[in-house]
Design a protein around this ligand. Sequence first.
Ligand code: PCA
Length: 194
Amino acid sequence: MRILISGFSEFGDNKVNPSRLLAEQVNACAGHGVDWSGADVRGVVLPVEFEVGFQRLRDEIGLFRPDAVLSFGLAAGRRTIDLERFAVNWRESSSMGASVVAGELLPDCPLALASTLPIESIFDKAKGACLPMGISHSAGTYVCNDVFYRMQNHFLRSRVRSGFIHVPPIGTDCTLDQLVQFASLAIGVLKDRR
Ligand code: PCA
């Protein structure tokens, strides 16, 4: 089973993006040190730019042909690892960087698309391992949501499972080791479901 894990670069005032650290850590420890349930795991870091972020992810999907994609991004104001349920077909003008016009991401497409990850099972397993967990109903209207929506649209009518996870800043609430542990547990759940 092949699993692609994406993170994002730094953006705005966020000088550290834990999702990038996670994606890099995945590549650094692929094959040793962490239990990936026998999966072939690869990390990719995306630029924080509408459309361009997803283009990078799509290129990697084309090359790696994953069975599942776990896409991660930073939510600076949150304190838990949040499994996102829905991506919305909307982007809002950004206070962080270049101004963008608010509007639909993809015309004539559904207002929202759901994660196809087994959210409850992943949540229960991670919570059982004492990780700081949450379930969220909105990934916002910035680049994380843009990547999430385009990814869900890309995998419509496919067997590939995909979803988005927002993570808090690295610190007292959550460590990088806990993010790696979360990814490992989530992959274990995906493996069990096959
Ligand atoms: N977080 C931003 C974009 C990149 C990231 O890591 C977001 O929540 O949209």
